[in-house]
Design a protein around this ligand. Structure first.
Ligand code: B12
Ligand code: SF4
Length: 279
């Protein structure tokens, strides 16, 4: 199948960083499928333009992820894609809170064929398999056979092959004013592109602030990736930086990067030690 993962823009500002979920789900997609990514923050699209893209690339399934801030645009885009006959699955924090809204179970019209609740690391391959059989279910929840919620163990976090992703749409140099680009050239900066790459090292938060969805969504205990897996990802980006003459900045998107000082220090020490070994 050809799958498009689409992240809507907020129709006001441009984001400076791509969203991690798209790269993560692409990495978790069985290799026989082709996955394309479009982030509306980098290439803003109208409903008509998205439908044209879907037709031009013969897309069989569209996955849309959105925060509440972008939900209205997400629904409009989903409606256009569904009207063109392509199934839409939606995920992320907003539809997890209000799945009935996306599925048209309240007073509003339906926007999605299926909704992935919560963390979709484990449900995504099932969604893809069901879509391929033409048998999408309405709701995919991360639960075991007994119906108990299962949080993905980040111990087996997938390798995100940044060096094999087409990152052109996320190149920040294109967004720099012409003067800033000229100054960079005059200063002899060797970079032909600049990327800001999101990385996570852990999920969850014990504090449960009333205005925030993180504790409800990711749980109140923190799960960490192994130091090795995080540092491997950083080293891959460093190698990519040199090969592509690019500048790559890394943004740790963890809500609580330093919540466990012993673990944070051990990660930072490993970054320093293994980073120093790179010539
Ligand atoms: C990094 C971050 C930002 C960054 C950049 C966003 C980016 N480009 O990554 C910045 C700082 C810019 C930002 C801004 C805002 N953010 Co923010 N942000 C985050 C943060 C900390 C991490 C996001 C992330 O990558 N998580 C890790 C990935 C793996 O998790 P995920 O995105 O949830 O994806 C998983 C599932 O949701 C699911 N999934 C997601 N999408 C899809 C789609 C499909 C098809 C499927 C099947 C599954 C699926 O699968 C993934 C893997 O399990 C989250 C909190 C958090 N820990 O998630 C808040 C969070 C997403 N932000 C939030 C908010 C409110 C905002 C702002 C609106 C704040 C403001 N008032 O301005 C702005 C809006 C930005 C905009 N463009 O308009 C809220 C959203 C709540 C909601 N109800 O939607 C969150 C959840 C934090 C909170 N306080 O509750 N944010
Ligand atoms: S992530 Fe931050 S705002 Fe959200 S519950 Fe935890 S401490 Fe509070």
């Amino acid at each position: 199948m050809n799958i498009l993962l689409y992240n809507p823009d907020n129709e006001v500002t441009h984001n400076f960083m791509p969203h991690l979920w798209m790269f993560l789900l692409k990495s978790l997609t069985p290799p026989e499928h082709r996955v394309l990514l479009v982030d509306g923050n980098a290439q803003r699209m109208s409903e008509r333009a998205l439908v044209r893209y879907v037709r031009d690339h013969q897309i069989d399934l569209v996955g849309i992820g959105a925060m509440t801030r972008m939900a209205a645009k997400a629904y409009r885009m989903a409606d256009a894609v569904r009207a063109a006959g392509i199934p839409v699955v939606m995920g992320g924090p907003h539809v997890t809170e209000v799945p009935d809204e996306a599925l048209g179970r309240d007073a509003e019209p339906r926007h999605a064929d299926a909704v992935a609740l919560g963390e979709a690391d484990q449900t995504w391959p099932r969604i893809v398999a069901d879509a391929e059989r033409g048998a999408l279910k309405e709701i995919y929840a991360p639960v075991d056979e007994a119906g108990k919620e299962v949080k993905p163990a980040l111990a087996d976090y997938p390798e995100i092959k940044w060096d094999q992703m087409d990152l052109d749409q996320f190149d920040l140099i294109g967004h720099f004013p012409r003067l800033a680009r000229r100054i960079l050239t005059l200063l002899g900066a060797p970079w032909q592109s600049i990327y800001l790459v999101p990385i996570e090292s852990g999920r969850g938060c014990p504090y449960g602030c009333e205005f925030c969805t993180v504790t409800g969504f990711f749980g109140d205990s923190i799960r960490f990736r192994s130091n090795e897996s995080v540092v491997n990802e950083l080293l891959m980006l460093k190698a990519m930086e040199e090969r592509q003459k690019a500048k790559i900045l890394v943004f740790f998107i963890d809500d609580n990067f330093a919540i466990n000082p012993r673990r944070t220090k051990s990660l930072l020490r490993e970054i320093i030690a293994r980073g120093a070994q790179v010539p």
